[in-house]
Design a protein around this ligand. Structure first.
Ligand SMILES: Nc1nc2c(ncn2[C@@H]2O[C@H](COP(=O)(O)OP(=O)(O)OP(=O)(O)O)[C@@H](O)[C@H]2O)c(=O)[nH]1
Ligand SMILES: [Mg+2]
Ligand SMILES: [Zn+2]
Length: 243
């Protein structure tokens, strides 16, 4: 008889539950996502960022906003948008080693996946965290301000001070197609104070006159870009559903 060992086949004893999952990047059991973008080169696309954040919220992940390349442009406006929306924000510079200590403190004892467009400096930030050139980094093409997808696989590495990090290849799009449009507002944490107060039971919080989310927007209590991106994504999800 041939043993399992000889046949080089394995037996699955147990399938552990996945505490969190993301469609892209393909990693499981992550406790936190560091959403990385650069203030410049490449400029941030807040629609893609808000879409990614919504998908992370839906997965129940902790979110850390990492604003890199603040040596090129301070990017205070981005810091304000996400701080006011209720996120933890760290302004960083991998090259000038700005706030790396703060980043390290936030990574300690957690499994953090680094996600963000190609060229924003995810691998560079991680090299600063390790204090060594662990990860290969690549230039950003000047002409199109696009990264070169230097990191090709997701890599999990233990941190010397506790916890794990996962460097991922840059992404340019992220799928939130599984979120029903009527649930999308739940994944915009800055709407939470207002959507519960909305007097319309089936409100989309996009155009309805008298909607409390729109009133908060008008009073400046919700960031304009956040609501704009919410509306765009809401309509996108609605159109997907029709097909
Ligand atoms: N000025 C400046 N440049 C930076 C900073 N961080 C990274 N860079 C540069 O940006 C380029 C891209 O950095 P990477 O770390 O390779 O970016 P990435 O996000 O890992 O890119 P992918 O692996 O393609 O997803 C490199 O030329 C880095 O030297 C920063 O804080 N300031
Ligand atoms: Mg990389
Ligand atoms: Zn409403």
């Amino acid at each position: 008889m041939v043993s399992t060992e000889d046949k080089k086949t394995g037996v699955i004893d147990e399938i552990l539950p996945r505490t969190s999952s993301l469609i892209r990047p393909p990693v499981a059991n992550v406790s936190q996502v560091a959403v990385v973008f650069a203030t410049e080169n490449p400029r941030p696309n807040l629609l893609i960022i808000d879409k990614f954040i919504a998908a992370c919220e839906e997965s129940g992940l902790e979110i850390l906003i990492c604003i890199n390349k603040t040596d090129l442009n301070a990017g205070k406006e981005y810091e304000e948008i996400y701080q006011r929306a209720g996120f933890e924000v760290i302004p960083l510079s991998a090259t000038e080693k700005i706030n790396i200590k703060t980043l390290k403190d936030k990574l300690k004892d957690k499994i953090t996946v680094f996600a963000g467009n190609s060229g924003v400096g995810k691998s560079s930030l991680l090299n600063s965290v390790f204090g060594e050139e662990f990860f290969r980094t690549g230039e950003v093409s000047e002409k199109v301000e696009r990264g070169r997808h230097t990191t090709r696989h997701s890599e999990l590495l233990p941190l010397p001070f506790g916890g794990y990090i996962i460097d991922t290849p840059g992404f340019s799009s992220f799928d939130i197609a599984k979120i029903p449009p009527e649930d999308l507002h739940l994944y915009f944490r800055d709407f939470a104070l207002f959507d519960t107060r909305c007097k319309f039971p089936d409100c989309s919080h996009t155009v309805e006159k008298g909607c409390s989310v729109l009133e908060a927007l008008q009073k400046g209590e919700i960031e304009k870009t956040r609501h704009e991106n919410y509306t765009y994504l809401y309509n996108e999800l609605k159109n997907i559903k029709k097909w």
